[in-house]
Ligand binder design. Structure first.
Ligand code: ZN
Ligand code: ZN
Ligand code: ZN
Length: 222
C-alpha cells in the first residue's frame, strides 16, 4: 500500500515538513504545522485511543503523541457515510470495510435472483470480516478471485462437485474450507478427492485399449 518515499528535495520544496522534517510537497496546515503528503497519509491511517479516551483515527500530534481530532484541532474527514465509523476513507465517503463489504455483496449476488445463495452467506460474512479490509479489497479485486466468486454466485447448487467444476486455485480451496467450517458443505477427505481427480484425469490420458476377449488373454500368456 505504501508508495516508495521520494528523497527529500529542498530545492523544489524549501519549507520542511513540521512532522518528518523533510522537504516534500506540503499538503495540509494543521495546528502542529504544515505537513507533507507522506505524513498526511500516515496521519489518516493512525488509529488508537487518544489520551482523552476517544478511540478512532488519531491524526493530530501533541507533544509527539498521536491525538484525536477533538484534542488536536486537526480537521480531517474520516467519518464513513455508510457505517459512521471513524476510519480511513476509501472512496465515495466510505471506509475500506464498507467498500469491501459492498464488493463482496456485488460479486456474490446472483444477477438472476438479485440475492446471495443462502449457502454462500458464511462465505460472504467471512470475506467481509477480513482483518485488514484494505488488503482484503486488493485480494478480492484480483481477476481470478473475482471470477471464482462470480462463478460461485450463479451456481444453481453449491456442492463439492460444483466447486470441483471451477478452475483449481487456492481461492477455491479457501472458499471450500469456509463452507465446510460453517457446515454448509460436508467435510470430505481432500487428499482422497484430489487423488480421485488425478486418477480420473490420468486414466483419461491413456490411449484407448482394444477390447480383448478371454481367449486373446490366455493365448497372450503362452
Ligand atoms: Zn512529513
Ligand atoms: Zn482526544
Ligand atoms: Zn464504513
Amino acid at each position: 500500500m505504501s508508495r516508495p518515499r521520494k528523497v527529500s528535495d529542498p530545492d523544489t520544496w524549501p519549507e520542511e515538513c513540521a512532522r518528518c522534517g523533510e522537504h516534500h510537497q506540503l499538503v495540509a496546515s494543521w495546528p502542529d504545522g504544515r505537513i507533507c503528503g507522506y505524513c498526511y497519509l500516515a496521519a489518516k491511517r493512525t488509529t488508537g485511543t487518544c489520551s482523552c479516551g476517544h478511540h478512532g483515527v488519531l491524526p493530530g500530534r501533541i507533544d509527539g503523541q498521536p491525538t484525536c481530532r477533538g484534542c488536536s484541532g486537526v480537521k480531517l474527514n474520516v467519518d464513513c457515510l455508510t457505517c459512521g465509523a471513524e476510519d480511513e476513507l476509501h472512496s465515495g465517503g466510505q471506509c475500506w470495510r464498507c467498500v469491501l463489504s459492498a464488493t463482496v455483496d456485488r460479486l456474490l449476488t446472483n444477477p438472476h435472483t438479485g440475492a446471495i445463495h443462502p449457502t454462500l452467506a458464511p462465505v460472504a460474512s467471512a470475506l467481509k470480516a477480513m482483518n485488514r479490509p484494505n488488503s482484503g479489497l486488493t485480494w478480492i479485486n484480483q481477476q481470478h478471485v473475482t471470477a471464482l466468486l462470480t462463478n460461485l454466485a450463479v451456481a444453481p447448487v453449491i456442492s463439492h462437485d460444483s466447486l470441483d467444476a471451477l478452475p483449481a486455485s487456492r481461492t477455491r480451496d479457501y472458499v471450500r474450507g469456509l463452507l465446510v467450517e460453517h457446515g454448509a458443505l460436508p467435510r470430505r477427505d481432500e487428499l482422497l478427492a484430489r487423488f480421485t481427480t488425478w486418477s480420473d484425469q490420468a486414466l483419461d490420458r491413456l490411449p484407448p485399449v482394444s477390447t480383448a476377449t478371454p481367449s486373446d488373454v490366455s493365448s497372450a500368456g503362452t
